[in-house]
Design a protein around this ligand. Structure first.
Ligand code: F6R
Length: 259
């Protein structure tokens, strides 16, 4: 079972996950981070600014989960730009070591394979940060995605395009296609940390953590992972049947055991 940690706020979640990441970097200076975009991981990146200040992060490596296809990398909402703005620059990471899938149409046929090869060459992802879509997607693995899938092109659902329209001038500007790490790719990371905040994510979280394993709810793939941590606020935890047990377990967790 995944470990579920219910925290009082996104800021508390950010601090908890950032502490885990700092410990990882302290133990391995060239740690490989799996980076999510969207609004959910922002408190983690925010907390990391203070916690990493003064540390040598020059060797840290990273792989983003996904990118829109056909978007100019210099577009402010390309995931390349978002990762640069929210992660690389504020944390002082080496941009050469931070990878984002290549969404350029000219090379899209082999971009997935290239990305898989780069992750493998890096020795795999140590800690993968994940958000979850209201339709249960992780990365951009929309409902119907194979649990064995690798990095590839997907068509975004209308729901996801509507959810992401807030980052663009209008929904018409939200790309139709993306390139995303597959569920099989994500499951190979050594530690999954899925965050979710707010009532709007409560159904997706409950289905992912406690529902049946199903391609209809790609986030349920986390149940297959031996080390998955779900960090949610009260609102996002509100439909979890075993919420009291998760609170009890976390409150009684040995101090030496991280998340
Ligand atoms: C982004 C990603 C997506 C988002 C999800 C939730 O890299 O992989 O799965 O995590 O769409 O988005 P937010 O966090 O904006 O609610």
């Amino acid at each position: 079972m995944a470990e579920v940690v219910i925290v009082e706020s996104p800021e508390a979640a950010g601090a908890l996950v950032a502490t885990e990441i700092v410990e990882l970097i302290d133990s391995r200076s060239d740690a490989v981070l799996g980076l999510a975009t969207g609004s959910t991981p922002l408190p983690v990146y925010q907390a990391l600014r203070a916690k990493l200040a003064g540390r040598d992060v020059s060797q840290v490596r990273g792989f983003a989960l996904d990118e829109y296809v056909g978007i100019d990398p210099s577009h402010p909402e390309s995931y390349r730009s978002v990762i640069t703005r929210e992660v690389v620059e504020p944390l002082g990471l080496d941009p050469e070591r931070i990878h984002v899938p290549n969404g350029a149409e000219a090379t899209i046929q082999h971009a997935g394979e290239d990305y898989e090869a780069a992750i493998e060459a890096a020795g795999g992802v140590d800690l993968q940060i994940l958000g979850i879509g209201t339709d249960g997607h992780i990365g951009f693995n929309e409902p119907g995605s194979s649990f064995a899938s690798r990095t590839r092109v997907k068509t975004l659902t209308e729901q996801t395009r509507e959810d992401n329209a807030r980052f663009f001038d209008s929904i018409d500007d939200v790309p139709m296609h993306c390139i995303t790490q597959g569920l099989g790719t994500i499951l190979r990371a050594r530690h999954l940390v899925l965050l979710a905040f707010g009532e709007g994510k409560a159904d997706a979280v409950a289905a992912a953590v406690e529902g049946p394993l199903t391609a209809l709810l790609p986030g349920s793939a986390i149940q297959l992972h031996p080390h998955a941590t779900i960090v949610v606020d009260e609102a996002a935890a509100s439909r979890l049947q075993l919420a009291d047990y998760y609170r009890y377990t976390f409150a009684n967790k040995p101090a030496w055991q991280g998340i």
